[in-house]
Write a protein of this length. Structure first.
Length: 448
């Protein structure tokens, strides 16, 4: 890692050379599409993908006032990225720094409102038009910009670089699918990555990919998602659910995607012959799928209950569809047997860390490239098991339901892996120290 002096020098270096043709064309196209923004917003409002009270933020407008003093801007695509930054945000708040957090989805905004302190300002990231981006930056004037993982909007990055905003890519990830695509557009991605002062990668493989694509000062710091705190749960709600389900074997299927629910319902039907009181809790990644999942349950001959309708898992309910936001912590505490979604279909798998921190034994499918290193370590240690087929899914779930000793062994192994792979938060804070020192100097000058 470079010295503070080297970083300070780097922060004042001139910007890279002229933009490649692809980015110049992108800028012109993005500018030309501005008149179509109202139609796009209208369609997204109908789809429930925008908040009608906050659509102005998509055009770079805000009703919120920029706080006085240094402002750290953190951007993540959606729920996973926002939650990955939770512990980092808490560390920054301890330094009396104000935080602007942007994301692009309604679900992530709901999570921020529920899980983050009220002094963390949330805004929807503006559409990537030069005009909207300029409005956003003119209003907020960030002192430091931290981009999480790989949500790289060209105009946002180019405008930040042109304004000399120190920019850092944190928790950087370059998937096996994205890497060869960007290799074919090396000039484009290099022009974007070179705007970042430093690039903090999740793994050695990610670091090698970012370096190959033109990233500057690439450092492997680890995965911040390994350092996230366990998700909270409302004690009264948890007590009520535990009272209603006491004595029943329970499987929690977390963050499921279309195509997986059918397989989990079929697994329930196979297992219920051995575990007559079995309850399967399906927590869809997108809660608006709750009604359709309930329809699948009914069509299979089972009885569903929907949490969004304030229904509870009574003794007659077979499948509880937990189609609400921000309650995974509740259901992870309800059962030590967890299937992690996004892994039976080609999505790449969801983050298993929170479930493990709450004592879960993990079952997952074969498609786990989003967290390849984590799942590889978990599988190798015995902290998780992979189910490549419907038969293996039923077999693994059945063994965990039947044998507490197997569950305990998997829980212990998984916890050990999470502890061993942790530390990304401290390494990230160390890498950011030169920038944070500068902000503290500015704060001291302003208060003098």
């Amino acid at each position: 890692m470079r010295s503070s002096a080297a970083r300070d020098l780097k922060m004042t270096n001139s910007l890279p050379k002229a933009l490649p043709m692809t980015l110049r064309m992108y800028q012109r196209l993005a500018s030309g599409l501005v008149p179509l923004a109202p139609a796009l917003i209208k369609r997204r409002l109908k789809q429930g993908k925008e908040d009608p009270a906050r659509v102005g933020e998509r055009r770079g407008l805000s009703r919120d006032v920029r706080p006085h003093g240094p402002l750290v801007w953190i951007h993540g695509a959606s729920v996973g990225e926002v939650l990955a930054a939770a512990a980092l945000i808490e560390r920054l708040r301890e330094l009396n720094l104000r935080i602007l957090l942007t994301s692009g989805t309604v679900t992530s905004a709901a999570v921020v409102a529920k899980r983050f302190p009220p002094d963390v300002i949330h805004q929807y990231v503006p559409y990537d038009s030069p005009r909207y981006v300029a409005r956003f930056l003119d209003h907020w004037k960030p002192s430091l910009a931290l981009f999480i993982e790989s949500d790289l909007w060209p105009n946002l990055i180019l405008a930040g670089g042109a304004r000399r905003v120190p920019m850092v890519l944190i928790n950087g990830r370059m998937s096996p699918r994205s890497f060869p695509r960007w290799q074919r557009m090396h000039g484009t991605i290099s022009a974007l990555l070179s705007r970042f002062d430093i690039c903090l990668a999740q793994s050695k493989t990610d670091a090698e990919r970012f370096s190959a694509l033109g990233g500057r000062d690439v450092v492997t710091t680890g995965n911040l998602k390994l350092d996230v705190p366990a998700p909270p749960a409302d004690p009264a709600k948890l007590e009520r659910l535990m009272a209603m389900t006491r004595g029943r074997p329970i499987i929690v299927a977390a963050s499921t995607h279309p195509g997986e629910d059918e397989m989990l319902i079929a697994a329930h039907r196979s297992l219920v012959g051995f575990f007559p009181q079995l309850l399967t809790v399906i927590v869809p990644r997108h809660p608006d799928r709750g009604s359709s999942i309930a329809g699948l349950v009914t069509a299979s001959g089972l009885k569903p209950a929907l949490r969004s309708r304030e229904e509870l898992p009574t003794a007659t309910a077979d499948v509880y569809v937990a189609d609400t936001m921000g309650e995974l912590g509740l259901f992870y505490r309800l059962s030590p047997v967890v299937f992690m979604g996004g892994s039976l279909i080609h999505h790449g798998g969801q983050n298993p860390i929170e479930a493990i921190k709450l004592g879960a034994a993990i079952i997952h499918g074969p498609h786990i490239f989003n967290f390849a290193d984590v799942y590889a370590a978990l599988d190798a240690s015995g902290g998780a098991r992979q189910a490549d087929t419907q038969e293996l899914l039923v077999k693994h779930l059945g063994q965990l339901l039947a044998d507490p000793a197997i569950r305990d062994k998997m829980q212990s192994a998984g916890s050990g892996v999470v502890e061993e792979l942790g530390g990304a938060l401290n390494r990230t804070m160390t890498a950011l120290e030169p920038y944070l020192l500068q902000l503290r100097i500015e704060m001291g000058a302003a208060n003098a």
